[in-house]
Design a protein around this ligand. Structure first.
Ligand SMILES: C[S@@+](CC[C@H](N)C(=O)[O-])C[C@H]1O[C@@H](n2cnc3c(N)ncnc32)[C@H](O)[C@@H]1O
Length: 313
């Protein structure tokens, strides 16, 4: 199996993680193992990298690419929403750094055969890993029009969400939507003027595919669970770095980092604290860091990346 992905913002991730020899780091999203390799190059001698991915292809690729570090890696198939449990299983109470680079890899789009891209005709699966319950085809077949419209609107910010959802429901009454091309054609036919409309720069199915993928893989719930657990999985002084590509993901990351930064919220006149809220993190990036122009020119998929980082107190 060949696996392809270009890691994004690697230098910034490494700087923000503050990797040190002998440290223990978690890469929650192995993907093409680019970030993992960069971390491993800085933590020897003595360091350990724990690499997680829900996708078996990514783990197989990482095992091959990181073979020369085999004494210093633990590769775990699983979901980062269970980060605390994975560390408990390894009997590691806390780590020096955690990185998560959210979303899809190029392999998913171009080499997985799972229907993530409307440019290919593949079975409409879209599951990143076996832990996702239903395929995109099953999800589309089973969801009410209102639910489909909500997902396209909320996750995809698709302005024609209702029309597209209704077109899907009408189509599936006649025949199942089984492939990525079939879905793309239904969307294209439902969006007014999408064939050649000058003002519409992206393919009319772009937002629908993104929204479906987010729903099928419960991506937002997973990020929220990770952000809730990550601070307590860090040692004091440990760093958390998250790269997101979607505004809803970035909002969760920003909100959770700020929440963990808040200390006591009791009014000043209270003689003692009753809220019990303590500052756990110090946010290192007031505004998210972005890839520079040359990185975006070399890898256009990096253009929407936002990196946020925080340190455990
Ligand atoms: C953008 S890629 C990561 C690329 C990687 N940082 C690199 O340097 O090549 C995202 C990866 O995260 C994985 N992933 C997404 N959601 C996940 C989750 N909830 N738990 C574990 N892995 C997940 C995907 O399967 C994919 O391989």
């Amino acid at each position: 199996m060949s696996y392809f992905h270009i890691p994004v913002m690697t230098d910034q991730v490494i700087r923000r993680l503050d990797c040190r020899p002998g440290g223990v780091y978690v890469d929650c999203t192995l993907g093409g193992a680019g970030h993992s390799r960069a971390i491993l190059e800085r933590i020897l001698p003595g360091g350990v990298l724990i690499g997680l991915d829900r996708d078996a292809d990514a783990l197989e690729n990482a095992k091959r690419k990181l073979a020369r570090f085999s004494d210093h890696i633990r590769l775990i198939p699983g979901n980062f929403r269970d980060l605390a449990v994975h560390l408990e299983d390894l009997r590691i109470p806390a780590v020096d750094g955690i990185v998560a680079d959210l979303g899809l890899s190029r392999h998913h789009l171009e080499g997985s055969g799972r229907g993530f891209s409307f440019n290919r005709d593949e079975p409409l699966d879209m599951r990143m890993g076996p832990d996702a319950e239903a395929t995109a085809g099953e999800f589309i077949a089973a969801s009410e029009a209102d639910e489909l419209a909500r997902i396209f609107r909320e996750y995809g910010e698709e302005r024609w969400s209702r029309k597209i959802a209704q077109a899907i429901v009408r189509h599936r009454a006649r025949a199942d939507i089984q492939t990525s091309r079939q879905l793309a054609q239904v969307v294209e036919a439902a969006v007014p003027g999408s064939r050649g409309e000058a003002g519409r720069r992206i393919h009319p199915a772009t937002r629908v595919f993104m929204a479906l993928r987010i729903a099928v893989n419960r991506e937002l719930e997973n990020v929220a669970a990770l952000m809730e657990q990550a601070p307590r999985c860090l040692k004091s002084g440990g760093r958390l770095c998250v790269i997101s590509f979607h505004s809803l993901e970035d909002r969760i990351v920003k909100h959770q980092m700020r929440e963990s930064e808040n200390s006591c919220t009791c009014p000043p006149r209270f003689p003692q604290c009753i809220c019990g809220q303590k500052q756990i993190l110090r946010v290192l990036t007031r505004k998210p860091e972005r890839p520079n122009e040359s990185e975006i020119a070399a890898n256009p998929m990096a253009r929407s990346a936002k990196l946020r980082a925080a340190e455990k107190l």
